[in-house]
Design a protein. Structure first.
Length: 260
């Protein structure tokens, strides 16, 4: 339902556009397999992590310009693909840093004074995200951006500092990526703990892996996560067909909200 206010249009209904998903986790956890299980995917790959997966992909990007060209090829040409998977954001960021360093004849983007290198990198990343938005808005493509994880000390102003998992990128770039996304999922193995008696009054707590892969979709002290769809706090993601589990949960959430 819409109405006009002078020359401006006011909309009241929600827009059910394809999601923009950022999925991060440790090496080998299954991020690429998750992306490959989406509907008619094509990979924009900045690394060689999908050699053992049969999926459509462009030639591996060796420069930031190559990433831009591949995204805009999908924008400007008709094709059958319904999902674009960027593998990975941190490797794309590295290509951006290399481009900035070459343009300014320095060894690294960090060599530019007053943080200008990181500011320029943030602007270039934002341009790439704008291209992905065009694929979503004009081509109705789902966007999946994969990233590796790192552990970073978080200085919580309301509590003692603690470590948590975050995307393995510069702080400003990671913040931009996570703000842009509709879903930020942290993929990891489910872990339980067991406390044993080590003798002489000592107790030892050990982590026990169950082999179950879990995608967390709500933030906790140990990791960054979010979603804009009222999805469950976590989903169990199988090794094969993980996207189907996520898509089913997304569809159920949208239908529930539509029925309210």
């Amino acid at each position: 339902m819409t109405q006009r206010l002078g020359d401006l249009v006011i909309e009241r209904q929600g827009r059910h556009q394809p999601p923009r998903v950022v999925l991060y986790g440790d090496h080998g956890i299954g991020k690429s397999s998750f992306g490959a299980s989406a509907r008619k995917p094509i990979f924009v790959q900045a690394e060689d992590g999908i050699d053992n997966i049969e999926v459509a992909r462009f030639e591996q990007c060796r420069s930031k310009q190559a990433v831009t060209e591949q995204i805009y090829a999908l924008i400007s040409h008709e094709h059958e693909f319904e999902t674009v998977v960027v593998d990975t954001a941190d490797r794309v960021e590295r290509l951006i840093h290399q481009s900035i360093a070459a343009d300014h004849y320095v060894g690294s983007a960090s060599d530019l004074p007053y943080g200008r290198g990181y500011k320029a990198a943030e602007e270039q990343l934002n341009e790439l995200l704008g291209g992905l938005d065009l694929l979503r808005n004009d081509k109705s493509m789902t966007v999946i951006v994969l990233a590796h994880a790192k552990i970073k000390r978080f200085e919580d102003p309301t509590a003692d500092p603690y470590d948590r998992y975050v995307p393995d990128m510069h702080d400003s770039a990671a913040a931009l990526l996570c703000e842009w996304a509709d879903v930020v999922g942290f993929l990891t193995y489910e872990i339980s703990t067991k406390t044993i008696d080590a003798g002489f009054g000592r107790k030892i707590t050990r982590g026990l892996g169950t082999g179950t892969r879990v995608m967390y979709l709500e933030a906790r002290p140990g990791f960054i996560a979010k979603n804009r769809y009222d999805l469950p706090p976590s989903l169990v993601i199988p090794k094969e067909g993980g996207w189907t589990v996520f898509e089913d949960a997304l569809r159920a959430s949208v239908e529930l909200k539509g029925g309210r």
